[in-house]
Ligand binder design. Structure first.
Ligand SMILES: [Zn+2]
Length: 69
């Protein structure tokens, strides 16, 4: 499962410049419309994904939670 931009819902590519807000939502840097103070980190999607490894783990946990219900 890939992560999609929170604004335009297009799938994020490894080389795309993305912005992560404080809620850990990822958007393309050109799609970001919130206040600059909400930005937690920026970089390529690959960089963010490697740095914040919990994105992968979070998806797996979300799947487990859905199955339990
Ligand atoms: Zn976008």
């Amino acid at each position: 499962m890939e992560i999609h931009c929170g604004e335009c819902t297009v799938e994020l590519k490894h080389e795309d410049l993305v912005i992560m807000n404080q809620a850990h939502t990822l958007t393309h840097s050109h799609c970001y419309k919130q206040h600059g103070s909400y930005i937690k980190d920026t970089g390529t999607y690959e960089h963010i994904k490697n740095k914040y490894w919990f994105y992968k783990k979070g998806v797996e946990q979300a799947k487990k939670r859905r199955k339990q219900k």
